[in-house]
Write a protein that binds this ligand. Structure first.
Ligand code: SF4
Length: 510
């Protein structure tokens, strides 16, 4: 079976030597760096669960390319059932990690490029799709994790890529050679970048003809010469270096361990280039990717909601308030919101369709609705979690104070709850709620996979207002209603004339 275990994944990263910086210093080993470990563990779980018999159906698939059983994170969706299993996999991993497990961005990049390279070849007679499939087969055989590097640094947002004073604010082709291309530029906020085997790049926006050097997509190993990563900071991130108790989710961390990727005169051989100047396909690639990724949020974030709802209920029990009607009401609200998002993501998977490439795509309108709901509802269910847990989530003393021989006992007594609930467990749960509801997870729900304005543009574009106007005009009787005429057995105008005549007669009789 072409799948690694979680441990094998971690070991496989040792074979790479990417140039990674954090806190202004070069990190000698990604796997051994304590700051990175929770993120690595979360990604490792996407490998480990594929070996659990009870999760095989969700976590694995049979490759249509290599005919082997593969991890679903490298699979090209072959039907709507695959799309549904994908979001089930995401809810499951959200439930198991309580955070972002990172590997979905690469999965969505694989599917978006599978669809788009096919369409580019159809129009231009290029061979991007074949190249892409060859590279994808290697990804599937070796069970690699590619990061999906889409967002450019973007500089002055009012200018197009070719108008930027500093061209490196967008990744671009500097030179075209016989055997490949030379690229430079910066990708920002790239999830799971430092612990991915490969970097899969895609353009970040619609490009015009003058931007054609910026319409570029390729894959390279993460330790390719000229590539540098700078790991980002998150709220309370260094707590994990001080105390597992204070960290909140010491096993899996918080959000996806994002990084900036700097490309400086990087050589990419042609066999790894999947778009090089076809600017008229940049919109298709961006929108296909965004559609896949936005649909995910009703899976992963709902998995996180399951954890925070469970934690809130447990804390209410520990505090002896679980039967209070306002607590039950808040928990019910949280469940209803989470399941609304889940229903939406299931709907956009079941409503998926086959693209000319053979890969299945989600329903784009519904996917954008999923993500727009997430940008609001995550804040709301996390607000209710904070409400239920109480102010302690931001006033708890540190683990060091609990362990201090002089004051530790008094500190612990402050947080005693109902009998049967160990005080240390109460603190653990409060810290988890703090980690999930106060930190970087909230803006991640807002901006990951695109900000709300981006979803609204897509919803407005695909909402088909004209069709809705037609429906309203028909129901209002402004335009002809053929079905209604069949029922009444005559022309609608004649029918209403008769109705009016009858009303007139009835009024005259009175
Ligand atoms: Fe996957 Fe969700 Fe993280 Fe995106 S935010 S990479 S969909 S877990």
């Amino acid at each position: 079976m072409a799948t690694m275990t979680g441990r094998e994944y971690l070991d496989s990263l040792r074979e790479l030597n990417p140039e990674v910086y954090f806190f202004g210093r070069r990190i000698p080993s990604v796997v051994d760096e304590p700051m990175f470990q929770p993120h690595l563990h979360a990604a490792a779980l996407t490998y480990e669960l594929a070996h659990r018999p009870e999760y095989q159906e969700i976590m694995t698939a049979t490759s249509h390319l290599i005919g082997e059983k593969i991890n679903r994170f490298t699979h090209i969706h072959q039907n709507t059932d695959d799309l549904v299993k994908k979001v089930r996999m995401m809810r499951l991993l959200g439930q198991k990690t309580g955070t972002c497990f990172q590997r979905c961005v690469g999965l969505d990049g694989l599917n978006a490029l599978y669809v788009t390279t096919y369409d580019i070849d159809e129009k231009y007679g290029t061979n991007y799709h074949e190249r892409f499939k060859n590279w994808l087969a290697e990804v599937q055989k070796k069970d690699l994790m590619p990061s999906g590097a889409m967002t450019d640094a973007r500089g002055d947002r009012s200018l197009r890529p070719h108008q930027q004073k500093n061209k490196d604010t967008y990744l671009h082709i500097k030179e075209r050679l016989d055997d490949g291309i030379i690229v430079s530029g910066v990708k920002a906020h790239i999830t799971g970048a430092i612990n991915s085997h490969e970097i899969l790049t895609m353009p970040t926006r619609t490009m015009g003809e003058e931007d054609k050097d910026f319409a570029v997509s390729f894959a390279i190993p993460s330790d390719t010469k000229g590539v540098t990563f700078v790991f980002s900071r998150q709220t309370n991130d260094t707590r994990r270096l001080d105390s597992p108790l204070d960290a909140g989710n010491p096993k899996y961390g918080i959000v996806g361990g994002e990084a900036i990727i700097i490309f400086k005169d990087v050589f990419v051989p042609w066999e790894r280039v999947f778009m090089a100047g076809e600017y008229d396909f940049s919109t298709e690639l961006v929108e296909t990717f965004a559609g896949y990724h936005r649909s995910n949020y009703g899976g992963c974030k709902v998995g996180l909601a399951d954890v925070v709802i469970g934690g809130s209920y447990w804390i209410a029990e520990a505090h002896g308030i679980d039967r209070a009607s306002h607590i039950i009401d808040k928990l019910t609200e949280m469940i209803a919101m989470a399941e609304t998002c889940w229903s939406c993501t299931l709907a956009c998977s079941y409503e998926g369709y086959k693209t000319p490439s053979g890969a299945y795509h989600i329903h784009p309108l519904l996917a954008n609705v999923v993500k727009l709901n997430i940008t609001r509802m995550v804040y709301e269910w996390m607000r209710l979690a904070q409400d239920i847990a109480g102010g302690k989530i931001i006033t708890l003393p540190s683990e060091f104070d609990l362990e201090n021989p002089k004051i530790g006992k008094n500190v612990e007594e402050c947080f005693v709850g109902k009998e049967g609930f160990p005080t240390r467990d109460i603190i653990k749960m409060l810290r988890l709620i703090e980690n999930m509801s106060v930190g970087a997870g909230l803006p991640e729900a807002m901006h990951g996979a695109g900000s709300p304005a981006a979803q609204k543009i897509m919803i407005a574009r695909r909402g088909n207002l004209k069709r809705k106007v037609e429906l309203a005009k028909t129901v209002a009787g402004i335009t002809r209603d053929k079905e209604f005429e069949k029922i009444i057995g005559k022309d609608e105008t004649a029918y209403w004339n008769e109705v009016r005549e009858n009303i007139k007669k009835r009024r005259e009789v009175k």
